[in-house]
Design a binder for this molecule. Structure first.
Ligand SMILES: [Zn+2]
Length: 870
């Protein structure tokens, strides 16, 4: 799964309700005490229960499903035939996960296909079935269940990764939302597959499947494996038969029904298809087109060919996360549907590589329990790095990976410091955090550099071959590395995967005429006495020559000494920047300038620039280095230098013209955008021509920055310029347009504003509604505000999306609160005003009362509507 960070940000901005208290309460961590590095005594948190792998009483061998959606009720009619056998011990009862279903029949299917009813109990979560007799593990039997899945009657949970967990979603089922397609899609992970079919809903279960999907012939379906047939029925429906003859876990089962264009591609003999809405068909190759090359690269790198029968990717509406690696059929958020112009700014290709890598790590080899989630997610995150390095170069891959480093460090600084492999957590959705993704992905890269490329990929190949179609735990991975390398690897996995935190290093570099010394002090306070064992590279630079050393830090306080060959220009710990740590170093400004100029490593360069940015006010060399970084060969370094460089009287004559050149002509849109923003800060009319030219930039983010910059100099002109973007639906430009509408608050633009909001996809709509509420607060005209309140209500009330309704409720309240405050001020004024003024104020108060009363009415309605979602 790939967590959608954008949605999370939008949710905060849109005033949507969230359950942060619950999440804060979950930050209790499992405490581990280290006796030494090779034998671990785990002392567990006493607050949360132990989360081991699910007990396997029964083995599910095969699932046959016949399903038909009912849009009016938002139900799924299903007939499931499950083939099972006792796992080891003989058994006469069977427990099946089946959440919020109506169960019509439970029967044993005999060899002659006749059915015998079985007795069962059902508590809306699990079916407990009494079999006709005791079965041994050498016998199989088949159970038939006729059911109706009623996902909306489920009490939903949720997390940062998955905002709801009803398993089966009907999008715009009544067609009430114009300009929005009607779709059905599923989301199994973590344990919501059992919301749409009865199963043993645990990651350590795997089975084959035949899925028959009956749907209106105007739609297409997508599911796991190969579509064997599509048979028309007597009515206007067809039945698609999807066959998956390799075992995979129930949470990876999927189904989508909707109106999609299918763009066909191939990798070797395997079909690679992209499902998008018609308008995006022309861009599907640009969005997903690198998939076959990725499949080839990953297959070769892993020594294990892509294991499945086909590979499809689909983009659906209102998805609850970023993307999901359903076996052979990855499901993506609608954000992946982008035009060529939008793709210039962001491709979302990391989603594509992440989910594809999961087809090996997660789907073929699956974490046996959610405690082992990093075996899925750390690998998929590492897969992004692997592809980026191959396709776009190491600097680009490091740039992305530095984001992972900061992601994990940010989560750690906020107080979440938990073991990567966690057996004690409150909610399994908590596993989908920056530890499992960012930290684990970063560590796999570190592991790669420790054992070397050959051993690393050989180990992964062995791990995949040994454990294919099986559940795994972290030790399976360690054992593969130990078998291939012939080295004990407990130290690595214990300190990194079975422990929390990271090393905090104080590094002191010193030298004399004949020696170089590096003293490293491990200052982390883990309460567990853990001293990390850290292999690292130490580089001593003498001008263009580098004296390189491979070392292992093993002590809390350790000094390494080398022969000096003159005065070092730089002594540098971890030259490749692969060690996951926080560090303080006694480097000078000159050292950092040298580091920036001579380290080819993106992270080392950024570290240097971060320090030089702090020093630029008092140090000329720091300032010059930052200025020279404006012309760095790597785009993100240029972007960073633009953002950080301080403009002063002393340098403005030299620096601003350079930035203007970048604004007008840099190859990368993110650099042009940063340059426009920098010029915008100057609030200088002389840059107006630069901004006006940038309105027709090929990139939306550049045009958006330019529109905002114009607005800061001349709001009337900016409002006029919004007309250039009337037909555009891109969120970056619409965000800027809405900002201008709200700032200038010109009533004649109300219709244009509403059109923008109305046509936006939900994840963009929240943001625009927020601006629209600001617009209404600046209006003051009763009729305009009343019309606007009706508009906000109509945009959110008929929606089937909880988040959108919540955003509607928030924005209506925003307007209501604002006019209540104004009314209070006028109330006070009224008592001190003279007669003539009183009339005027009283009229205003009357108008506010009408507005407040209308807002209150809509707000109350939306509160009721929110309750109905539960
Ligand atoms: Zn993932």
């Amino acid at each position: 799964m790939r967590v959608d960070r954008i949605i999370a940000i939008v949710l905060i901005l849109s005033l949507a309700a969230c359950s942060s208290e619950k999440r804060l309460a979950r930050q209790a961590e499992a405490n581990a005490i280290y006796e030494d590095l090779d034998s671990v005594e785990i002392v567990v948190s006493r607050e949360n229960p132990y989360r081991g792998s699910a007990t396997r009483d029964m083995d599910l061998l095969h699932t046959r499903l016949e399903v038909t959606p009912d849009y009016a009720e938002q139900w799924l009619y299903g007939k499931a035939t499950l083939k099972l056998r006792p796992y080891f011990m003989p058994a006469s009862t069977l427990v099946i996960d089946a959440k919020s279903m109506q169960i019509n029949t439970v029967a044993l299917v005999k060899a002659d296909k006749t059915q015998v009813s079985l007795t069962y109990t059902y508590d809306s979560v699990q079916l407990k079935i009494k079999l006709d007799r005791e079965y041994t593990s050498s016998e199989t039997f088949s159970i038939f269940i006729d059911y109706i899945a009623k996902p909306n009657e489920r009490v939903v949970g949720g997390s940062a990764a998955i905002s709801e967990d009803r398993g089966l979603y009907f999008i715009n089922p009544y067609g009430r939302e114009k300009d929005k397609p009607t779709q059905v899609w599923t989301q199994g992970e973590t344990e919501a597959a059992s919301c749409w079919f009865p199963t043993i809903d645990k990651p350590n279960e795997k089975c084959t499947s035949d899925i028959f999907i009956t749907h209106d012939k105007k739609y297409v379906s997508l599911s796991n494996g190969i579509m064997v047939s599509s048979t028309p029925n007597k009515d206007s429906s067809v039945t698609d038969y999807w066959k998956m003859d390799l075992p995979h876990s129930p949470y990876l089962f999927m189904m989508v029904i909707g109106d999609f264009s299918i763009i066909k591609n191939r990798w070797r003999e395997i079909e690679v298809n992209y499902y998008v809405e018609k308008e995006y068909a022309p861009y599907a190759q640009q969005i997903f087109g690198n998939t076959p090359e990725m499949m080839e690269y990953f297959s070769q790198k892993l020594g294990f060919d892509y294991p499945w029968q086909k590979y499809s990717q689909i983009s659906v509406r209102d998805y609850v996360s970023g993307a999901m690696e359903n076996t052979t059929a990855t499901l993506h958020t609608e954000l992946l549907q982008r035009t060529s112009r939008e793709l210039l700014d962001e491709t979302y290709e990391d989603y594509v590589s992440h989910e594809l890598f999961h087809q090996w790590f997660g789907d073929l080899v699956t974490c046996e329990s959610w405690s082992n989630t990093p075996l899925n997610e750390s690998f998929a995150t590492y897969g992004e790095w692997l592809w980026n390095e191959y396709k776009y170069g190491k600097e680009y891959a490091d740039y992305k990976n530095y984001g992972n480093y900061k992601g994990y460090m940010g989560e750690s600084e906020k107080g979440k410091n938990v073991d990567l492999i966690r057996f004690y957590y409150e909610d399994r959705e908590d596993m989908f955090d920056k530890h499992s993704y960012d930290k684990g992905g970063y560590l796999l890269r570190y592991l790669q550099t420790i054992v070397g490329d050959d051993a690393f990929f050989k180990s992964l190949e062995l791990y995949l071959k040994t454990n294919q179609f099986k559940p795994v735990e972290i030790h399976n991975l360690r054992l593969a590395f130990e078998e291939v390398t012939g080295r004990d690897m407990n130290w690595f996995f214990n300190q990194w995967f079975l422990n929390s935190g990271h090393p905090v290093l104080d590094i002191k570099y010193n030298y004399t005429t004949d020696s170089v010394f590096v003293t490293i002090n491990q200052r982390q306070n883990t309460d567990k006495g853990l001293v990390y064992q850290l292999p690292f590279k130490l580089n001593v630079h003498y001008g263009k020559n580098i004296d390189k050393h491979q070392e292992i830090l093993t002590k809390r306080n350790q000094t390494f000494g080398y022969k000096a060959y003159g005065t070092p220009s730089l002594i540098d710990f971890d030259g490749e920047r692969v060690v996951l740590c926080q560090k303080t170093e006694n480097k000078t400004v000159d050292n950092y300038v040298f580091q920036y100029n001579n380290s080819g490593n993106y992270v080392a360069k950024m570290e240097a620039l971060e320090k030089l940015a702090e020093e630029q006010k008092k140090s000329d060399p720091a300032r010059y280095a930052l200025q020279s970084a404006l012309n760095d060969k790597f785009f993100d370094v240029r972007r960073y230098a633009i953002e950080q460089i301080r403009i002063s009287e002393a340098n403005k004559e030299t620096v601003l013209p350079e930035i203007e050149i970048l604004a007008r002509g840099d190859k990368y849109s993110k650099v042009r955008e940063a340059a426009i923003k920098k010029l915008d800060f100057q609030r200088d009319n002389k840059f107006l021509p630069v901004f006006e030219a940038a309105l027709s930039d090929s990139s939306y983010i550049v045009a958006a920055a330019a529109l905002r910059a114009i607005s800061n100099l001349d709001a009337t002109k900016a409002l006029e310029k919004t007309k250039l973007f009337e037909g555009d639906m891109n969120i970056n430009i619409n965000d800027a347009v809405a900002d201008v509408y709200a700032t200038k608050a010109d009533q004649s633009y109300q219709a244009a504003f509403e059109d923008k909001v109305h046509k936006s996809i939900p994840s963009n709509k929240y943001l625009l509604m927020y601006y629209y509420a600001n617009f209404l607060c600046r209006m003051d005209d009763k009729n305009t505000v009343l019309k606007g309140l009706d508009f906000l209500y109509n945009e959110s009330e008929p929606s089937e999306s909880r988040t959108l309704t919540s955003a509607g409720k928030g924005t209506v309240k925003r307007v209501m609160d604002y006019y209540e405050r104004k009314r209070k001020i006028d109330d006070k004024q009224l008592s001190i005003a003279d007669k003539a003024e009183q009339l005027e104020i009283q009229e205003r108060i009357n108008n506010y009362d009408v507005i407040i009363s209308k807002a209150k009415e809509h707000y109350d309605d939306l509160v009721i509507k929110m309750r109905e979602f539960k």
